[in-house]
Write a protein that binds this ligand. Structure first.
Ligand SMILES: [Zn+2]
Ligand SMILES: [Zn+2]
Length: 325
């Protein structure tokens, strides 16, 4: 596999920009306190859940693992690849299912997530990027949620066109039920299922399948904005910072192939190769739905990459297409 571009990691000092005391004082002044308190509580409850694991029923642990995957899919296959990038088309049944999964991940509405993400791609690593990685690793990971948005981010968000999203009844339904629909799916639903079906204690249900899973998936998602903008290779465009990062791909269900994704954001696979060589359960899900006739118009960027590669100096030998699914 071609891993040229030899973009090393961002400088260590840059990564630690977030522990600069001046920057911290600035963050304190601009803190988004409701979010700081909300995320603080969620993390505290996720930590508390660690003391409940040993007394949880095995069904609760299996259920937590299963709905972790579904929550992740609601972000990767749902709001990211389907709604934000329109990289494939899905039947209403798939869209409704992905909306429920997305609600379980509870990262704001599909509409707002997509809008911020479109801004991220359009103004990547500038002041208008909601999680501008130039402001340090911590800011890109979760710090951006803890402070008020930069005026340039707000302005860019207003200008970006998201009208297409409001034409989808699934997106509108979730937006109308916000925030109660998402809060119910993320915390009450796991608790109700585990207490009703295998008589788990409610505290185990809400803490492990609710808060622990929620916070874990948050960090998996955030790794794409932080680690995959700092560590890894840049074979598709050495001039940008987003990287190919297998560890992030593992935690984020195939979203770590981020150099490819920033160069070809419309590619539904969000990676060059097939699932056999690049971990990508999200692609597998989309392909499975396509086999059932529930997904169509899967866009790929393999031809665009071949054309781009032909113009690149030190271009890799063309062995790529054959390997791709
Ligand atoms: Zn990115
Ligand atoms: Zn994207």
């Amino acid at each position: 596999m071609y891993v040229g571009g030899n973009h090393a990691t961002r400088s260590f000092t840059n990564c630690l920009g977030s522990i600069n005391m001046v920057a911290w004082a600035e963050h304190y002044k601009n803190a988004n306190w409701p979010m700081v308190i909300y995320l603080g509580y969620c993390h505290a409850l996720a930590f508390l859940s660690l003391f409940y694991f040993s007394t949880a029923k095995w069904q609760t642990l299996v259920f937590t693992l299963v709905i972790s995957q579904f929550s992740g899919l609601g972000i990767t296959g749902g709001v990211h690849r389907l709604w934000a990038h329109k990289s494939y088309k899905a039947h209403g049944i798939v869209r409704f299912f992905l909306m429920l999964c997305n609600a379980m991940a509870n990262q704001g509405t599909i509409y707002h997530w997509s809008r911020d993400h479109r801004v991220h791609h359009k103004f990547s690593e500038t002041d208008a990027d909601p999680h501008n990685a130039m402001r340090g690793m911590f800011f890109a990971h979760m710090g951006w949620l803890l402070v008020k948005k930069d005026a340039k981010v707000i302005e860019a968000g207003r200008k970006i066109n998201c009208d297409d999203l409001l034409e989808d009844w699934v997106v509108v339904l979730q937006k109308k039920l916000n925030p109660w629909g998402n809060l119910f799916m993320s915390f009450m639903f796991p608790m109700l299922v585990s207490t009703y079906f295998w008589q788990e204690h409610w505290a185990h249900g809400i803490l492990i399948a609710g808060f622990f899973r929620y916070v874990f998936i948050l960090h998996c998602t955030w790794l794409v904005n932080s680690a995959a903008h700092f560590y890894g290779q840049t074979p598709y465009d050495p001039k940008i910072n987003p990287t190919e990062n297998a560890i992030v791909a593992f935690f984020a269900m195939g979203e770590g192939w981020h150099n490819w994704h920033h160069v070809f954001p419309y590619d539904y696979a969000a990676s060059e190769f097939g699932v056999a060589s690049q971990y990508n359960p999200t692609k597998l899900f989309i392909d499975g739905c396509a086999k059932l006739g529930l997904v169509t118009d899967r866009k790929r960027a393999l031809n665009a990459w071949e054309a781009k590669k032909a113009k690149m100096p030190n271009a890799p030998v063309s062995e790529l297409k054959a390997k791709s699914a």
